[in-house]
Write a protein that binds this ligand. Structure first.
Ligand code: ADP
Length: 472
């Protein structure tokens, strides 16, 4: 919540500077705490060592003094203690019942409870003292806080300003370095702005060696190319579609004019005009249906297809029956297959595909044979539709799947073709993850080869291009 408010509307440089500075702040904080604790431990240990040494030397001074004596004067021990005591210390002679026999306090010593954490307490070995029934030992108590505090105050006084200065200089450096580091990105944005100003899709030159930006430029240029291509195709499509709509509409308009002039009196003209208008209307509807089908298929992904694993044999029988009756005399249709012929297909769509291909075979073959064959090989179903018709010139083949493409425009329009059939066919095959290609049949005529995956897993659906040339 706080983070998002802090970062809202800030530049990438500001965000990075802020993030890295906060990181630096935490680092300095932990570093200072570590140094402080570590130094404290070292000093404490050192102090303990000093006290140990001092207890030992007091112990030796007393025991040396005692050698050969039957009794001892406490004032002598008092003197030894007084020679060794420091400001924040108390040196005591303690018996086994923890009773203090003698205590000599330093000038700044204040009485403390023994449980106080800052109180350092060190004991010497026990020794016998003439006149005392139990052994005694020397104990030194030291108020470490009072003793070590000045050192820590110095340490804090050094660490805090040093951390502040480091934080400040590192923030300034981070800001400057981030700006330098992000320069390629800034240039990238400038290029896009300049592109917007001139309304042109110029590819961005490779002006940097920064790997990520290089990749970004490459990806952006590829995207740019695709956008440009899509826009060109879209414009072409609009022009083609307008042209296709315009022709029947012009004819209809012509006949309406004819009706206005002659239709009221001349029944023959009226009849001719109405038939022609009806025919052109039917053509317009067909065109709209084809366009809608194509649009749906091109946006279709695999889940729009209702693919079910089934045998293609019933479908082939159905197609054979339906088209045999439509074929004119002199044109024979044969449908042959090898079983098993099972594949995951959308039955409706494959029927539509076969209808398109067979309709073309019928339209462009006056007489002879149209042969449909189907067999399975490995993971694929191979469908072939071969005709003995007029064929397609080799140089036209690369365009055959383009929307509205017709080999000979005027003649084909006469046959009712809109040039959308093969584009729809290819979209259906692509949505199944298959392939379609058209070639010249070896004995003349045309051969359409379709490859469909048998299982859903074999091939992922390939998005159908909005327009393209011949399949490989
Ligand atoms: P259409 O509706 O015009 O038939 P298609 O996209 O189905 O549109 O076909 C595009 C063009 O390819 C056709 O106009 C025709 O010139 C050519 N074509 C398609 N199939 C055949 C075929 N079997 N024999 C000859 N030419 C064909």
């Amino acid at each position: 919540m706080l983070g998002s408010r802090l970062f809202a509307n800030r530049s990438l440089t500001a965000r990075l500077t802020l993030l890295l500075s906060v990181g630096m702040l935490f680092f300095l904080l932990f570093f200072s705490i570590f140094i402080y604790i570590n130094n404290y431990r070292l000093m404490y240990r050192h102090e303990q060592q000093l006290l140990n040494d001092k207890t030992k030397s007091i112990y030796h001074a007393i025991t040396d003094d005692l050698k050969g004596k039957r009794s001892v004067r406490l004032s002598d021990i008092n003197q030894i203690f007084a020679n060794h005591v420091d400001k924040h210390q108390s040196i005591q002679l303690v018996d086994t019942a923890d009773r203090i026999v003698i205590a000599v306090d330093g000038g700044n010593w204040r009485q403390h409870g023994t449980a106080q954490p800052d109180l350092l307490s060190v004991n010497s070995e026990s020794f016998s003292l003439p006149g005392f029934s139990t052994p005694v030992h020397v104990r030194i108590l030291e108020d470490t806080r009072e003793r070590l505090d000045p050192y820590f105050r110095i340490q804090l006084a050094t660490l805090l300003p040093a951390s502040g200065v480091i934080l400040l200089t590192s923030t300034v450096s981070i800001h400057a370095l981030t700006r330098v580091g992000l320069k390629p990105l800034t240039r990238f944005i400038e290029h896009i702005h300049s592109m917007n100003e001139v309304h042109q899709f110029n590819p961005i030159p490779a002006y940097t060696r920064a790997k990520e930006i290089e990749e970004l430029i490459a990806a952006f240029n590829t995207l740019l190319e695709r956008v440009e291509e899509a826009i060109t195709k879209q414009n072409q499509f609009i022009a083609d579609a307008s042209h296709e709509f315009r022709t029947p509409l012009t004819i209809i308009k012509g006949y309406i004019r004819l009706l206005h002039r002659w239709g009221k009196d001349n029944a023959e003209v009226r009849e001719e005009a109405l038939t022609a208008i009806e025919h052109e209307c039917a053509r317009l509807f067909r065109l709209i249906d084809d366009l809608l089908a194509l649009a749906k298929l091109q946006n279709a992904s695999s889940h729009v297809m209702k693919r079910e694993t089934q045998s293609l044999v019933p479908l082939l029988k159905e197609v054979n029956q339906a088209w045999s009756t439509v074929f004119p005399p002199g044109l024979t249709l044969t449908v042959e297959w090898e079983e098993p012929l099972v594949a995951a297909i959308d039955r409706e769509k494959i029927r539509q595909l076969l209808d398109i291909v067979l309709d073309n075979a019928r339209k462009y073959t006056k007489q002879g044979l149209v042969a449909v064959t189907a067999h399975a090989a490995g993971e694929w179903i191979h469908l072939k539709v071969r005709d003995t018709g007029i064929g397609i010139p080799r140089d036209k083949l690369p365009h055959i799947f383009e929307r509205f493409y017709r080999v000979e425009r005027s003649r084909n329009r006469g046959q009712g073709g809109s040039g959308l059939g093969l584009a729809i066919a290819r979209s259906i095959v692509s949505a199944h993850g298959g392939k379609i290609e058209i070639a010249a049949a070896p004995q003349g005529g045309t051969e359409v080869r379709i490859k469909l995956p048998r299982s859903l897993q074999t091939a992922q659906p390939v998005p159908a291009p909005s327009s393209a040339g011949t399949e490989p």
